[in-house]
Design a protein. Structure first.
Lengths: 353, 315
């Protein structure tokens, strides 16, 4: 039986993921379907009710992929309950009668290139270490480049005069997905690096700057957060988001130690990204941001632990903060009211400073 | 000719409308039930509000959960969320207010003010615990008219304890207490108290509630709830005679700040209709809400991409 690979959906990261797996596995890699209301419906139906929504989203995506003919599923674990998704999802999907192999590339929240290589070797025994390293390197560079562009877009999209960012980003993703080797990647990279800098922006001096922090999946998948970034950009805000795949996979181990030291009053990491988010709060306060939005999926335990501390820090420093819990609800009227009011409040405060 | 401005606040339970002049005096106002049909409610409301002689209507604002729809229907020049509207409305009467407690039909909020600026706010999250709709559904259950609720609660000397955290628990508590034979007024008083406790534990959690405190929204008309706010906060909350209209007044004030010539308002003979539609453009299957004015599509929302926009449908 030919292997057909599928992996969960999160933001635009399907482009480098598909690139890596298709180069290394020599198998067909499915185009993961974008998350829709059908995905979350499927996911919720077969998940324990009190599990967080990322579990439901990824399970829904896997069911859709299995229906499309996938038989090799790839999941990446994390430093919270996410780390146990693998076992539970495998069991649920097997109980549903699907036939597949399931691989967890990142376990216990650590990225170990050699471990990943070993697992990929199971999928495709023909790969060698040099070829793997070569494609790992390109994928790493691609993710890093995408995060760099995204960061620039978040900072400047609200002030884009000619409305060119959206088109540019979708063109870029298309070019990236057609990457062959390192040379074609560097060509694409240089092209879009130059293009993005040439987009005319008109940023006022005292623009409103909002930091978005919270649980990783809900932050990075626009469907899961009701497209909060675009909403804020439409109002005219500059956005800072720290959580990216570059950070989680390649920088977290090193940087989180530094953050812990800088925070001083926090003695241990509190699980997942809770401590990181507390550090980001400190950063946003120190750098005179105008507001913080903390967003998480319902029942996200590490973030619940961080919320109290973040709330106190914001209160002490007179920093507006909005906590949002996302679940599988589809109407976003109430969500919009809260975001709009938060933005108006910040604007009012700023005008009266 | 003097100028006047219309503000409409369309909530889940009630629809409020005011007409104010340049000095924020109320020229005409009304409060009716929405009954799940905002379009009909606003039509009814507009029949009862009158622009006085020698006045011309120069601004229309809408707020509340149906603000988008009604804003389209009335051709409003300002459509804003209810948090801002409530704050602006309250500040025009109580410029030194520090805290606004608001309990409405489906949501409740707290707004913290400092020198006339909103500095913080919180709103109830996913569920409707401790809001007006809970009170009105329970009043039906125990057979007390919602208008008599407050007065009945004041008669109680011994309010029953009712779980304040969650509506579902509160309701089962309530049923059990009723079956144990508690007096009606004690149960009603217990309910009022649970609303206050729920509000302070959920919405008001971690917020500094400083005086002067203004209490508004439909539930502020309930004397029982006011009594327990005073008792628990150990102070006296201000309840304005127009506390239920504050959102509408606020949005009318906001509309007055934008300069406009006379606006024409005629909605009675026009048919408005909302039709839901599941877009088949892509796998997102957005539920697109389309607003028709005399069978002509005037706007749509709920779409995630440009496939759902108005022009596409008009083609």
């Amino acid at each position: 039986m030919d292997k057909v690979i599928a992996f969960p959906m999160m933001g635009n990261y399907y482009v480098p993921a598909k690139y890596l797996f298709s180069r290394l596995s020599n198998c067909k890699v499915l185009d993961t379907p974008k998350i829709t209301s059908k995905t979350i419906e499927l996911g919720s139906k077969y998940s324990p009710d009190f599990l967080c929504t990322p579990f439901k989203y990824t399970l829904g995506t896997f069911i859709e992929c299995l229906e499309d003919g996938a038989n090799t599923l790839i999941q990446m674990g994390g430093g919270c309950r996410y780390g146990y998704y693998f076992e539970l999802q495998e069991k649920i999907l097997k109980d549903l009668g699907y036939n597949f192999k399931y691989y967890n590339l990142v376990s216990k929240g650590h990225t170990d290139i050699y471990e990943i290589y070993k697992k990929l070797k199971e999928i495709n025994p023909k790969i060698n270490i040099f070829k793997s390293l070569y494609y790992f390197l390109i994928t790493y560079k691609m993710v890093k480049f995408m995060d760099y562009i995204d960061d620039y877009v978040r900072k400047n999209k609200a002030y884009d005069i000619s409305n060119k960012f959206d088109k540019m980003v979708s063109d870029m993703l298309k070019s990236l997905s057609e990457t062959k080797g390192i040379i074609s990647f560097i060509k694409t990279k240089n092209k879009y690096k130059k293009l993005i800098k040439n987009i005319e922006i008109n940023k006022p001096n005292n623009n409103i700057k909002i930091g978005i922090i919270g649980e990783l999946f809900t932050l990075m998948e626009p469907y899961a957060n009701n497209n909060i970034e675009d909403m804020l950009i439409k109002y005219g805000a500059e956005i800072k988001r720290f959580t990216t795949v570059t950070y989680l996979l390649f920088e977290k181990k090193r940087k989180s130690k530094k953050y812990l030291k800088k925070l001083g009053n926090i003695k241990y990491k509190m699980g997942a990204d809770a401590m990181d988010n507390i550090y980001y709060t400190k950063y946003l306060i120190d750098n005179n941001y105008d507001g913080i939005i903390h967003i998480k999926s319902s029942f996200c335990t590490p973030e619940i632990g961080s919320m109290g501390i973040i709330n106190k820090m914001c209160e002490d420093n007179n920093m507006p903060v909005l906590f949002l819990s996302m679940d599988s609800n589809t109407s976003n009227v109430g969500f919009e009211t809260r975001i709009e009011a938060f933005y108006d409040m910040i604007e009012m405060r700023k005008r009266n400073e | 000719m003097n100028k006047c401005y219309l503000g409409v606040d369309i909530g889940s339970i009630s629809t409020k409308g005011v007409i104010i002049d340049d000095n924020y005096n109320i020229l005409s106002s009304n409060y009716i039930w929405t009954l799940g049909n905002p379009i009909e409610a606003v039509k009814k409301l507009m029949n009862t509000l009158t622009v006085p002689e020698n006045y011309k209507l120069c601004g229309i604002g809408t707020t509340g959960s149906a603000r988008k729809l009604i804003g389209l229907m009335l051709g409003a020049n300002v459509v804003k969320n209810e948090i801002i509207a409530h704050a602006i409305g309250t500040l025009s009467f109580y410029p030194d207010a520090k805290t606004i407690l608001e309990i409405g039909g489906q949501d409740s909020k707290i707004i913290i003010l400092n020198n006339g600026i909103i500095t913080d706010y919180a709103m109830n999250t996913l569920c409707a615990a401790g809001t007006g709709s809970f009170l009105s559904s329970q009043s039906k259950r125990i057979g007390v008219d919602i208008n008599d609720f407050g007065n009945l609660a004041l008669q109680s000397k011994n309010p029953v304890k009712i779980a304040a955290r969650c509506t579902v628990f509160a309701e089962s508590d309530l049923i059990h207490k009723a079956q144990l034979g508690y007096k009606k007024e004690d149960i009603v008083a217990g309910l009022c108290k649970s609303i206050v406790l729920n509000y302070l534990n959920n919405v008001g959690k971690g917020k500094k509630i400083l005086e002067p405190i203004v209490f508004q929204g439909g539930v502020s008309k309930n004397k029982g709830v006011v009594k327990y706010f005073n008792e628990i906060l150990n102070t006296k909350v201000i309840v304005d005679d127009n506390s239920h209209l504050m959102g509408a007044i606020g949005i009318a004030i906001l509309s007055s700040k934008e300069n406009h010539d006379e606006l024409n308002l005629n909605i009675n003979d026009i048919k408005f209709e909302t039709r839901g539609y599941e877009c088949k453009g892509c796998s997102n299957s957005c539920e697109v809400i389309r607003i028709f004015k005399d069978n002509k599509l005037i706007d749509s929302f709920g779409n995630k991409c440009e496939k759902g926009v108005v022009e596409q449908f008009n083609k």
